[in-house]
Design a protein around this ligand. Structure first.
Ligand code: F6R
Length: 610
């Protein structure tokens, strides 16, 4: 949420920073801005709206030779999206400019105090308060580093900040607390940014900063210290192995479409090296030192939460592990009564979601083991968990999550098979049963490769027919219920059409009152043990003139307005066929309605504030 970047080096800094912002724009796109030195002035250019608006403004600027700059792309927390609230923010004396991702919780008190000292505020942001607090501290501290550290010790909350000053043009300062920040080490240039793609064109050597780290960097030199005492903090640089291919659309109209079509590859990658040659055992060496949990709490948000709900069916059924699934923002504020032999599984694509990270920390405080299921290598959740399994989906750029969910489901299936294998008793699966499921998993990439183009075409046709609907139900039972929730989430976030995901059996308990001829229902009715029940629920909707789009398998007896046949895969793994259908339908609805598919309004990819 919000993307920040800082640069000091030998290149013209403004193009480097704006290019970096383009790669961070998925984190927020309400406004954007840059700050750099022009002769003796600290110049700040900001603009409401997407980065393109900022670039237009920059095109009118005289070319700058500045070699140090900071930039920001905003997802509004304090203050509406407007130029006055866009970052960078300057101190009243014009000597400091800062970009900030996060929330300073006690900014009102600090603001009140600074106001009595004569400071004037031009925005509603907490960030403008912070930069003036630093300026105030600067009056009594020996240098800017001490002033920044002092101000950050006074400020409570979450932040990743980057700061430059008029009087030392080639240096940037940065710090992090509960918001992602990565330092990039180049040759004759250094970077700091909210995410690696911002500078991956220039360097692969990175340091994942820790909470409480503060950095001072020039083009040729840097120091990382502890904010608490300004003593050196030890970090070993790491080399990033993935490349920028993930950040290109490679011929697809949108990143979302590209990422949907990447799912066969995602499954293949997730299976690579995970299966023994006998095809009956799953290898998860990351977990070898952890016991099979007596009780597993899965905590996540949004789409990752839906993966968790889906995974529960497999973990309970295949591995006989009792599972509770909870939304992270709810979990963190209740008395969870965790036992030391409980395990928490946190699922997060970004590995930075604030509520999920908070839940992880609570579990650790209770002495519970925490297993992370993350996509982003080196993310906060990955680093703070007792053990981590990476989903290896590759960088997901589209704000709406697609391939990440597919990879999470795959890893949850592997996890259930792994614990079932370790349990190795009659209660769990037999070797033969495990072999059967593993073999099915291995067929999924080819099956999807074959069917994704026709799924896409069908989604295109139906989107034209149903684009006028203002409401949608998504119904499913058992393993299909989480997918119904996900289908509804995708439709609402991408096309802004109201959609509700429901357990089909719950309809009679109230929601069915909404059904009429203008309120269509997407019914998930694959060939599984609950098919007859779902069929009855479909009939109940039809009796109220509700239109039905039914996802089902060849040969199933079902009457509906639209029958959408999906490839036959044994339940629950048929979920890997249902998921892309739901994604493609929402994608086509959004695109047909002229919405911004990759960057839906009001959203940001990485939710680093609660
Ligand atoms: C929806 C979506 C979000 C995320 C949620 C959790 O398409 O992308 O609901 O799933 O914000 O994010 P992570 O998985 O990064 O913790």
């Amino acid at each position: 949420m919000c993307g920040i970047i800082g640069y000091a080096g030998h290149r013209p800094a403004v193009p480097v920073v704006t290019e970096g912002l383009r790669r961070l724009e998925y984190r927020g796109y309400d406004s954007a801005g840059v700050a750099f030195m022009r002769q003796d002035d600290l110049r700040v250019i900001r603009s409401k709206g997407k980065l393109a608006a900022l670039e237009e403004k920059l095109a009118d600027e005289p070319v700058t030779t500045a070699t140090c700059a900071i930039g920001h792309t905003r997802w509004a927390t304090h203050g509406v999206p407007a130029e006055r609230n866009a970052h960078p923010h300057c101190s009243n004396d014009g000597a400091l400019a800062i970009v900030h991702n996060g929330i300073i919780e006690n900014y009102q008190e600090i603001k009140a105090d600074l106001t009595t000292k004569g400071y004037i505020f031009h925005s509603e942001t907490d960030t403008e308060v912070l930069v003036n607090l630093i300026a105030e501290r600067r009056k009594s501290e020996p240098d800017l580093l001490h002033a920044l550290a002092g101000a950050l010790r006074e400020a409570h909350g979450a932040y990743a900040v980057c700061l430059i000053q008029r009087d030392a043009p080639g240096t940037f300062y940065a710090a992090r607390m509960s918001a992602p920040l990565i330092f990039g080490l180049g040759t004759g240039e250094n970077f700091v940014a909210s995410d690696i793609p911002a500078f991956l064109l220039y360097t692969r050597r990175v340091i994942f900063l820790d909470d409480g780290d503060i950095v001072q960097a020039t083009s040729t030199d840097y120091q990382i210290m502890h904010l608490a005492d300004l003593q050196p903090a030890k970090h070993d640089p790491q080399t990033i192995l993935w490349d920028m291919q993930a950040a290109q659309k490679t011929g697809f109209r949108h990143f979302m479409l590209k990422e949907i079509f990447e799912q066969p590859r995602v499954i293949t990658d997730a299976l690579t090296g995970r299966i023994t040659t006998g095809r009956d055992t799953v290898l998860l060496p990351e977990l070898k030192d952890l016991p099979i949990p007596k009780r597993l709490h899965i905590v996540a948000c949004g789409t990752s939460y839906h993966s968790a709900l889906w995974g529960r069916h497999l973990l309970e059924h295949w591995a006989h592990v009792p599972v509770q699934v909870e939304i992270a923002s709810e979990f963190r504020y209740r008395d969870a009564l965790l036992q030391t032999d409980d395990m928490m599984l946190v699922i997060s694509q970004s590995g930075e979601t604030a509520d999920t990270l908070a839940a992880l920390r609570i579990a650790r405080e209770h002495g519970a083991t925490v297993l992370g299921l993350c996509n982003m290598v080196g993310s906060s959740i990955a680093r703070e968990a007792s053990a981590v399994i990476y989903t290896q989906a590759g960088h997901e750029i589209s704000v709406a999550s697609t391939k990440a969910m597919c990879s999470q489901m795959l890893m949850l299936a592997l996890l259930a098979l792994y614990w079932s294998g370790r349990r190795n008793n009659a209660a769990a699966l037999t070797k033969g049963q495990r072999r059967k499921w593993i073999t099915i998993l291995e067929t999924l990439p080819a099956l999807l490769d074959t069917h994704l183009p026709s799924m896409h075409e069908k989604a295109r046709q139906l989107s034209r027919k149903y684009s006028q609907a203002r409401n949608f139900f998504y119904l499913g039972r058992g393993h299909c219920f989480p997918l119904a929730l996900e289908g509804a989430l995708k439709l609402k976030e991408l096309s802004y059409i109201h959609a509700e995901g429901y357990a089909a059996g719950e309809m009679k308990h109230g929601p069915i009152a909404l059904v009429d001829a203008l309120f269509p229902t997407f019914a998930l009715a694959p060939d599984d043990a609950l098919f007859p029940k779902v069929k009855s629920n479909i009939t109940e909707v039809q009796a109220r003139q509700g239109k039905i789009i039914a996802l089902t398998n060849e040969g199933m007896e079902l009457a509906a307005d639209e029958i959408w046949i999906i490839p036959r895969v044994a339940a629950p793994l048929v979920g890997f066929m249902i998921l892309p259908v739901l994604q493609l339908f929402s994608y086509e609805m959004s695109d047909y309605l002229g919405k911004d598919v990759d960057q839906p309004r009001n959203l940001a990819k990485s939710v680093t504030v609660e």
